[in-house]
Design a protein around this ligand. Structure first.
Ligand code: ADP
Length: 361
């Protein structure tokens, strides 16, 4: 059969070949589309058979096509295509990320993080670790101090000295209160300043994760450095993480940064298990008067915005500070205090949220 090109139909210039073909499909008048460039513009020449001559015929068919097709361009009517595209995008994104390798013998990793320094993140990490081992007796817990620039776990856990190496040259964690601990503080002198670039810090974190005999452990609590930087990304992208606990104080500035921390974790696929509001209220030891030194209700607002539960509110007390700084976590030294109870409640919530049980022998 011989078909002759008939005319250029300008209204159809921006249409896809697929749509043009659909318009003409019944009578097979459609032959094809020839694209040419004239005066810097693309023109499509619709090639039709003689049977389908004239703009009227095309217009009629075009009207018919649009009135009878709810989705003529097939933009959203092809879920398979959309899924394929999503799959491809996800595969490409994953290609750029390092593979997450579990730490041998470690069941759960919980990150304790904060947007700002000085809000009591390390104090929370330590008391949480001890509380986890007490609430569920037999739970094996460890703490990794990933705060490379300002390691405070040695002080808070009353530990010092260099870690020993096993026959495979892996470091053995130091242990106190039944908790295995590893920190940069054990490897460098107390007063030595670490002047390291991001890559060196990330390499150090990798060593603390991989070159330490952590297992067997039910939970590894990681005391993260404050903020949302290289270490946070490195840890979240290199090991499977069960979730993050974000510590904040009630004042607006700390809350803003805590919100950023929650957003950062969500962007790297780490669930925020909840918020801990530290120093939420000061209770006068003499008369019991309560004072919201750093403001009130901040964590509640953050809870709504960040869609994360408040796991607990720890009061500001001088005994907590004194005990922590002396390396005697309040959960150990004053197990019956209000502060200890808050930490134990938080530990119980985490245990049930993550379904943590004693699995390691
Ligand atoms: P971060 O890890 O966020 O830098 P730290 O845990 O090192 O903060 O705590 C900073 C200081 O605040 C420490 O001296 C600690 O003892 C004290 N501190 C933490 N939480 C409380 C609290 N609830 N009440 C009193 N002092 C606290």
């Amino acid at each position: 059969m011989h078909y002759e090109p008939t005319y250029v139909y300008k209204n159809l210039m921006k249409m896809s070949v697929r749509v043009l073909r659909s318009i003409c499909v019944e009578a097979a008048e459609f032959i094809g589309v020839r694209t040419c460039v004239s005066q810097g513009t693309f023109h499509k020449t619709v090639l039709l058979s003689r049977k389908c001559c004239g703009p009227k015929s095309i217009e009629a068919r075009q009207q018919h096509f649009f009135s009878t097709h709810s989705n003529p361009f097939g933009i959203s009517g092809t879920p398979k295509q959309t899924d394929d595209l999503k799959d491809r995008q996800q595969k490409l994104q994953k290609k750029g990320l390092p593979k997450k390798l579990p730490i041998p013998g470690v069941e759960h990793v919980i990150l304790v993080a904060s947007g700002k320094g000085g809000v009591g993140k390390s104090t929370t990490a330590v008391n949480l670790a001890v509380a986890l081992s007490q609430v569920n007796q037999g739970l094996k817990v460890g703490i990794l101090d990933a705060d490379i620039y300002g390691p405070s776990i040695p002080t808070l856990m009353n530990l010092s000295g260099e870690p020993e190496l096993n026959h495979q040259n892996l470091m053995l964690p130091l242990v106190n209160y039944g908790i295995k601990c590893m920190s940069m503080g054990f490897l460098v002198g107390e007063s030595s300043a670490l002047v390291w670039r991001g890559l060196m810090v990330m390499a150090a974190v990798q060593r603390l994760l991989r070159q330490v005999v952590w297992g067997p452990l039910d939970v590894l609590v990681v005391d993260m450095p404050p903020g949302t930087g290289d270490v946070q990304l490195s840890v979240s992208q290199n090991i499977p993480v069960s979730g993050a606990v974000v510590v904040t104080t009630p004042q607006d500035l700390a809350l803003m940064d805590a919100r950023r921390a929650v957003a950062m974790f969500s962007s790297v696929g780490v669930a925020t298990l909840g918020l801990v509001e530290n120093m939420s209220v000061w209770v006068c030891p003499a008369c019991g008067h309560k004072e919201h030194v750093f403001g009130e209700g901040g964590a509640k607002n953050l809870q709504k915005q960040a869609k994360a539960d408040i796991l607990g509110q720890v009061p500001l007390t001088s005994s907590l500070r004194q005990l922590s700084d002396a390396g005697r976590p309040v959960v150990i030294s004053q197990p019956g205090s209000a502060e200890s109870q808050v930490y134990k409640d938080i530990a119980s919530q985490l245990i049930s949220k993550l379904n943590i049980s004693t699995t390691n022998s």
